[in-house]
Design a protein around this ligand. Structure first.
Ligand SMILES: Cc1cc2nc3c(=O)[nH]c(=O)nc-3n(C[C@H](O)[C@H](O)[C@H](O)COP(=O)(O)OP(=O)(O)OC[C@H]3O[C@@H](n4cnc5c(N)ncnc54)[C@H](O)[C@@H]3O)c2cc1C
Length: 293
């Protein structure tokens, strides 16, 4: 039985500015706490050095979703349940809804947030492949101001990211333009639900006749970060779909990803599954279908 719960301090400021000032005064000391579904597990397991927690759960500046002509914007605290329920996300960003539906169980979906998934920086997280496909951008805010950064490139290495210790993710923005793309998402885990990914695949392609005009591929659990597979994309872009297409793509993917052996799976299994998912994606875009699995 584990039972590790040292003394800790929790602040839950009513104002966004107060929260940012606290982070600015003691950067890295205050650990932001959103839904807590990662933080509380790590804390109780003795894997967090922090003893000071900053609850951001009640800050209205981090909530809400809005649609403009160019973007769909989600507040940092948007939960998986809220993502699945939004009609515009269902229509325009089905891969994100699929990822939300595949994340944990109902309790985790009610409490876990999109920014929490991003900032937890797990290479096995389920939303990031969809965010990469959709060219997501993140708004990072500190007491000194705010900046938008592309999500592609935000994670720089295992558990490393561009977020400074005095910053919060405030919003996630998705350009509205992928509706005509054929889209595919599949998570492979030990079970159909409540499982951490062995491999997670998101793909989208713009196909005209039998030609792949453009393509996006992103995978989780195959590298130290969730990866946009640009070399595999290059092997497919502007190619005609033929019997040889899947094999050429499988070879490109094998050169690009670097899965590891760990307690959840082996490198060889992950590579094989990633290649099979790629072949399934190619077969489905060839059939003209929109598969979100
Ligand atoms: C039973 C269970 C099942 C799960 N299943 C899955 C799964 O299938 N797939 C999956 O991907 N994940 C899964 N998770 C992990 C977790 O639920 C998600 O990563 C979730 O999105 C985390 O969000 P949160 O709001 O709970 O984050 P928290 O635990 O509150 O925070 C996570 C990290 O993000 C930081 N953070 C949070 N919000 C912000 C912000 N706005 N700005 C800056 N930093 C911030 C925190 O400081 C912390 O480092 C599971 C967790 C549990 C307990």
């Amino acid at each position: 039985m584990r039972s590790f719960l040292p003394a800790y301090e929790l602040r839950a400021p009513a104002s966004f500015q107060t929260a940012l000032e606290l982070l600015a005064r003691e950067p890295g000391i205050w650990k932001p706490l959103a839904g807590g579904t990662d933080v509380m597990v790590l804390f109780e397991a003795g894997k967090l050095p922090h003893r000071k927690f900053l609850s951001i759960w009640k800050l209205p500046e981090l909530r809400g979703m809005e649609v403009s002509p160019a973007h769909f914007t989600l507040g940092a605290l948007t939960t998986y349940t809220e993502i699945q329920a939004h009609p515009v996300l269902q229509k325009e960003f089905p891969l994100l809804c699929r990822a939300a539906a595949e994340t944990g169980g109902i309790a985790t979906q009610n409490r876990g947030t999109l920014a929490g998934n991003i900032a937890n920086a797990s290479p096995a997280a389920d939303s990031p492949p969809a965010l990469l496909i959709y060219d997501a951008e993140l708004e990072l805010v500190s007491a000194g101001g705010s900046r938008w950064v592309p999500y592609n490139g935000f994670h720089t290495g295992y558990k490393q990211m561009l977020l400074r210790p005095d910053e919060l993710i405030r919003r996630i923005r998705l350009p509205l333009r992928k509706d005509a793309w054929r889209q595919y998402y599949r998570k492979v885990g030990t079970r159909k639900a409540q499982a951490i990914s062995k491999v997670c695949f998101a793909g989208a392609a713009l196909v005209a006749g039998d030609e792949i005009r453009d393509v996006r591929i992103a995978l989780g659990s195959v590298a130290p970060i969730v990866l946009r597979c640009t070399q595999t994309e290059a092997a497919l872009k502007n190619q005609r779909l033929s019997a040889a297409t899947p094999e050429a793509a499988r070879e490109a993917l094998a050169r690009e990803i670097a899965p590891i052996d760990d307690m959840r799976s082996s490198a060889a299994y992950r590579l094989r599954v990633a290649q099979n998912l790629l072949a399934e994606f190619i077969a489905q875009i060839g059939n003209g279908g929109r598969s979100h699995r």
